[in-house]
Design a protein around this ligand. Structure first.
Ligand code: NAP
Length: 314
């Protein structure tokens, strides 16, 4: 565990669910002398100011980062390059820059060329979240007991990596370092593919003919309700995730489709043994995940502290 992080001025470029939740934790723990937020819309900034997520707010990204020792980009991933270009003129050479995007390869590729001091950039992804968005959705302790993955490049300065690690550890995260490519492969399977399945199945039900569709929604329970919660996630964010992590998502989708067709065949041919074996294996996997403290459901309790409930963990 590195030393607790403290900053004179933090700039949060994009102030929605993730940066807003980070702001809440930083405020509570007195981690920043001043927090400056930047966003496109004045309305977003007014909400953030009203909720006390920041001390100052501006629609000018370069102005927001001026004099900051830490900058956190918290916009949809396909905006990261444009945001980096916008903040570059205001960045001090020592400022550490990080981000919270759910895809890492495309973000690193887009951001690095825009920065005069690429060694100060350490990409990151807190694997924590909910289906809500905007600053009003920000909550305390969102990152507690959750993983944050850092994907520094060979150019990243050691002290910048330590600073970003310290930031996340101070708000209660466990930190792991990997390459951007590896991150994107892992997250394609653990997060992106499950979200795609949820978007797809809710769309399938919505396409059912009138009365059947109504009945399904009326009696929605268990599995389907969970799918609808995940499928309520932010459309912009998820459009960007799938388009930015195309290769890994398509690879995972190919494997999943093959397995789904095998299941289809087992049901058609009354192969109960094969179904039973699969369900036995998946039940054991779930138990293993719960024991490892990575379950986000209602019963997720780690040590004596409850984790934030109903996370979608993108
Ligand atoms: P959010 O609540 O929707 O907030 C997004 C912020 O980015 C807002 O301040 C918004 O500004 C700004 N923004 C949107 N489009 C922009 C653009 N084209 N250019 C510049 N700014 C733009 O988003 P979030 O859920 O916090 O997600 C932020 C990042 O965290 C994403 O990269 C996402 O992949 C990642 N992430 C999300 C979750 C999750 O559960 N949601 C979890 C982990 C990581 P305005 O409101 O002013 O338009």
């Amino acid at each position: 565990m590195s030393a607790a992080a403290g900053f004179d001025r933090v700039a949060l470029v994009g102030i929605g669910l993730i940066n807003g939740s980070l702001a809440r934790d930083m405020k509570r723990q007195g981690m920043a002398g001043e927090i400056v937020a930047a966003s496109r819309r004045r309305e977003t900034l007014d909400t953030a100011l009203g909720l006390g997520l920041c001390d100052r707010a501006t629609t000018d990204p370069a102005e927001a980062v001026r004099g900051a020792d830490l900058v956190v980009i918290g916009t949809p991933v396909r905006a990261a390059g444009e945001v980096a270009r916008a903040i570059a003129p205001g960045l001090s050479p020592e400022a550490v820059v990080t981000d919270v995007g759910s895809v890492k390869g495309a973000v690193v590729e887009a951001v690095l060329p825009e920065l005069s001091h690429p060694g100060r950039f350490v990409a990151g992804h807190p694997v924590a979240g909910t289906e809500h968005s905007g600053p009003a959705a920000a909550i305390e302790h969102l990152f507690r007991h959750r993983w944050t993955i850092l994907t520094p490049t060979e150019a990243s300065d050691e002290d910048a990596i330590a600073t970003v690690r310290g930031l996340w550890e101070t708000v209660g995260s466990r930190v792991e370092v990997m390459t951007p490519e590896h991150h994107d492969q892992v997250l394609a399977m653990t997060s992106h593919l499950p979200h795609l399945i949820a978007f797809s199945i809710v769309g399938t039900v919505d396409d059912l003919e009138g009365h059947l569709r109504q009945e399904v929604f009326k009696f929605a329970a268990g599995g389907f309700t969970d799918f609808t919660r995940i499928a309520a996630s932010d459309p912009t964010m998820w459009r960007d995730v799938f388009l930015s992590n195309k290769d890994a998502v398509l690879e995972g989708l190919g494997r999943f489709t093959e397995d789904l067709i095998a299941l289809q065949r087992q049901i058609r041919w009354d192969d109960g043994d094969a179904l039973f074996d699969l369900f036995t294996k998946t039940r054991a996997i779930r138990r293993g995940i719960v024991e490892a403290g990575q379950a986000y459901g209602r019963r997720a309790v780690i040590d004596d502290e409850p984790a934030v409930k109903d996370q979608t963990a993108p």
